[in-house]
Design a protein around this ligand. Structure first.
Ligand SMILES: [Zn+2]
Length: 433
């Protein structure tokens, strides 16, 4: 919300400045100064009254022609070409700007609602064109003696490390907001711990979290939140700690301070937003056969066609029809584990027996093939060939930090753990005082 607020605030300001296409005469000197700042504010920042323009001519200005600034707010249906026509600008200038280099081409991807800022001489010859792509980047084309020079002027942001700590009273979202966290950060926090804490079912009043994270600032104003650096979540007296680790190619993932992955090797459920219609039960009366027959999996009632995800990385070892199971996919995950998905309406195209599958990858779609009373997924989880309850089986961690990276991991994450501990100690001290 905070981000949105800042964005709204920001957009609000620029919209006021350029509510309509504004024309103003400015001197060449002003142009040079203003090329480092928000271009759309030039006209208002240093307005020249008509008397200035009439009374001001100097020798210098007589030699160097006056410049005219034009701000154009891009409307739906506008193209650079139509805008050039409307403003009576030379189309060969447009061509040379967009064909100078790769950067120049970016002028062709202008978006509705943003502003183009033109500077021409009094004869209407284009001298400069700017387009503010976003809060940080402005694309500029400047006339030189040899055509146009294109550059991207970027403002520098600053990262600041901050922290928050709170006790759950109502919900993660509500209490997170009250602790000053953005929606994005709360989502990030929930994602990191989602493998250990079921935020819908097992969050309790009195649970606590501490989070150390980055704030992104532009000119001393927060414009975004960055990554979570470290966090602790205490759920029902059980402490879970996560630290950020960035590998050599910039991938960010979260581990325990010992280097175990925060992720598990298996997703708890192979379908999203489905209702459990039958649980693992070794003494269940079969709804179709009407006699006691063990139910060695979990049923998820879901509409026909709902995508089914492989709960772990692995390889398809069976894909085909199998008696009462109907259409079935079996995925083997290493030596120890396998998962089975039954009653499918269809299989995912492009896969076959032997295909390698990633965790979360779709392997088929919910249906009612085989012995089934309604559209649902029957899901089984086997450990060393034995059926286990998919809802309660202890899921193994995803791969830990590679042993070759462990030293680098410790160097990178040790300070993050210390920082987290400092924050906790400070809060504890404040509470006891
Ligand atoms: Zn079943």
């Amino acid at each position: 919300m905070k981000n949105k607020l800042y964005k709204t605030l920001f957009l609000g300001i620029s919209a006021t400045v350029v509510a309509s296409a504004s024309y103003a005469l400015i001197s060449p000197k002003d142009t040079v100064v203003s090329s480092n700042s928000n271009p759309s504010t030039i006209a208002l920042a240093q307005p020249l009254s008509s008397t200035d323009i009439v009374n001001a001519p100097t020798v210098e200005q007589a030699i160097q022609p006056e410049l005219v600034s034009i701000t154009h707010k891009i409307k739906s249906g506008d193209s650079l070409s139509s805008i050039f026509s409307k403003l009576n600008l030379n189309h060969s200038d447009l061509h040379s700007i967009t064909h100078t280099n790769k950067l120049g081409k970016q002028f062709a991807t202008i978006s509705v609602g943003k502003n183009l800022f033109f500077i021409t001489d009094t004869k209407g010859k284009l001298q400069q064109l700017s387009y503010k792509k976003n809060q940080l980047d402005t694309l500029k084309a400047l006339r030189t003696d040899n055509g146009f020079e294109i550059e991207m002027v970027s403002k520098m942001t600053e990262k600041r490390i901050v922290n928050a700590q709170t006790t759950i009273n109502t919900s993660l979202f509500q209490d997170g907001k009250e602790a000053g966290l953005s929606d994005k950060l709360i989502m990030q926090l929930a994602e990191i711990f989602a493998w250990d804490i079921d935020f819908a079912l097992s969050l309790r009043k009195g649970d606590q979290f501490t989070v150390v994270y980055e704030k992104i600032l532009l000119e001393d104003k927060v414009i975004n939140t960055g990554n979570i650096i470290s966090a602790e979540f205490i759920n029902r007296g059980h402490s879970f700690v996560a630290v950020k680790f960035e590998d050599s190619i910039g991938n960010i993932s979260y581990f325990t301070p010992e280097g175990k992955s925060m992720r598990k090797a298996f997703l708890r459920s192979p379908v999203d937003f489905a209702r459990i219609s039958s649980r693992f039960n070794l003494k269940r009366k079969h709804p179709v056969l009407n006699r006691i027959r063990a139910h060695k999996g979990v049923d998820y009632a879901a509409r026909t066609g709902t995508p089914i995800k492989s709960t772990g990385d692995g390889r398809i070892v069976y894909r085909g029809r199998k008696g009462g199971y109907g259409r079935v996919v079996i995925v083997k995950h290493g030596q120890k584990y396998s998962t089975l998905y039954a009653h499918l309406s269809s299989y995912r195209k492009g896969q076959k027996t032997g295909s390698r599958i990633k965790q979360g990858q779709v392997i088929g779609y919910v249906g009612r093939s085989g012995l089934a009373t309604g559209s649902h997924l029957h899901y089984e989880f086997r450990v060393n060939g034995a059926h286990r309850n998919p809802l309660t089986v202890k899921l193994p961690h995803a791969k830990p930090i590679k042993s070759s990276l462990l030293a680098a991991f410790k160097v990178q994450t040790q300070p993050l753990v210390e920082q987290l501990n400092k924050v906790k100690a400070r809060t504890l001290l404040a509470r006891n005082q």
